[in-house]
Design a protein around this ligand. Structure first.
Ligand SMILES: [Zn+2]
Length: 422
């Protein structure tokens, strides 16, 4: 990780026509894929990299940042001073622990008075907004049920705007922007919703430009699992990990991938529809109209149906938490737990065989099942994927609630700040 930070701060920004994974090598470059960076953009890129390093490392002194980046302290100070002047970072008092003589190092960290970011989670039945500080504290949460998603679009949009407004009214400083995690397909280029199952009224709606007009702020939209990944990357269990995957389970299934320091997005934000990858040719009919999708065997709909068939109590509200409790005293519940864990593991094993991210952060329903569910899933993944050197698979629990998605929605705005001027 430190090497990665060092390479990226000290090295030249990615040059035209080459990638971080190695340009040259006899590959003929016929055109420039990326514009050369202007000096002002290089400045903002370096500032972004310093912020990224702080998220990875926690509070860190200028001297330590310079050492890790392999540059001199003057270079780091030049970058850092702009961030201090912009009230994004502050230099805190030196820690008395670990002083080894000389001038004590003052750790840099995010200023409590820095402008926050508005994070929004838009699901088919509810909108949840909050304000997030740059060091990942959530406050001013507002949550409102949405009108019928099959009805007209105006009342839904008014409700979303009311929820965002409710959160923004509780912050003194104007936020840097609004990030929205959408429980459906989005066009990240245009900031529009492509489609949300259960809320077809929103299909095709240009939400980013609408909210941008209302609140006078930049607005970023992305797919819910990608927001979870950004939340993990900036503020959670993905900090400092060079590659990992996020898998969300619950009423629906989705995922996102982080490779080589980048969140992967298909064209215009496509991809991540893991729930609709196929696990059984001609299997059960899926809500998407196709057959045999992973969604048909590893979501709450399947679990509740099978719980009913097995005659388990609480079948209608069954989830991984209830199932794991029941499995301690009921053989049928224990068998269902194992089948459900295997069904979840099948999709993860496919992802591992395709891209081998090795680290998986699970979110949503399965997290409610605690260690028992996680160990059952991990056991099946290891059975399904052949062992190989360097292929240790780690599966950890993220968040069962909305926190990671809200942080990630805010992180979408932060990611933009890292690429463009602050
Ligand atoms: Zn499907």
């Amino acid at each position: 990780m430190n090497e990665r930070i060092a390479r990226r701060i000290s090295g030249s920004p990615v040059a035209a026509g080459e990638s971080e994974h190695g340009g040259g090598d006899g590959v003929r470059v016929t055109r420039m894929h990326q514009s050369l960076l202007s000096s002002s953009k290089m400045g903002s890129t370096n500032r972004g990299l310093v912020i990224q390093a702080l998220y990875d490392l926690g509070p860190t002194s200028r001297a330590e940042l310079a050492r890790l980046a392999g540059v001199n302290k003057t270079t780091i100070s030049g970058i850092v001073q702009t961030l201090i002047d912009a009230e994004i970072l502050v230099e805190n008092d030196p820690s008395p622990i670990g002083r080894r003589g000389g001038k004590p190092a003052k750790p840099l960290w995010f200023s409590p008075s820095a402008s926050p970011i508005c994070g929004v989670l838009l699901m088919p039945e509810e909108v949840h907004a909050c304000v997030v500080t740059l060091d990942g504290q959530i406050f001013a949460e507002t949550r409102i049920a949405l009108p019928d998603g099959g009805g007209p679009v105006e009342p839904i949009i008014e409700t979303i705007a009311e929820c965002v407004s409710g959160a923004l009214q509780q912050t003194k400083r104007p936020p840097l922007g609004i990030g929205v995690a959408v429980g459906g397909m989005v066009d990240t280029d245009s900031g529009s919703i492509v489609t949300i199952n259960l809320a077809p009224a929103l299909d095709g709606y240009p939400l980013a430009s609408d909210l941008g007009r209302r609140f006078g702020l930049p607005v970023r939209l992305d797919h819910h699992p990608r927001a979870l990944l950004v939340g993990d990357r900036w503020f959670g269990k993905g900090r400092g990990i060079p590659q990992f995957a996020v898998v969300y389970t619950g009423k629906v299934l989705g995922g996102a991938l982080y490779f080589g320091g980048h969140l992967y997005r298909g064209t215009a934000g496509a991809g991540g529809e893991l729930g609709h990858t196929f696990v059984q040719v001609d299997g059960e009919l899926c809500r998407c109209g196709r057959r045999g999708c992973w969604d048909t065997i590893a979501t709450l709909g399947w679990l509740r149906r099978e719980a009913r068939k097995a005659g388990l109590p609480d079948a209608e509200r069954m989830n991984s938490g209830i199932l794991c409790l029941a499995a301690g005293k009921d053989e049928a519940a224990a068998r269902l737990l194992d089948r459900y864990a295997r069904n979840v593991a099948i999709g993860i094993a496919n992802l591992q065989q395709t891209l081998a991210p090795n680290h998986y952060i699970l979110h949503g329903d399965v997290v409610l099942g605690g260690d028992r569910m996680l160990e059952a899933i991990a056991g099946h993944v290891r059975d399904l994927v052949p062992a190989r050197p360097g292929g240790v698979i780690e599966i950890v629990a993220g968040d069962a609630g909305d926190q990671a998605a809200l942080l990630g929605a805010a992180g979408l705005v932060l990611s933009d700040m890292l690429q463009f001027s602050i």
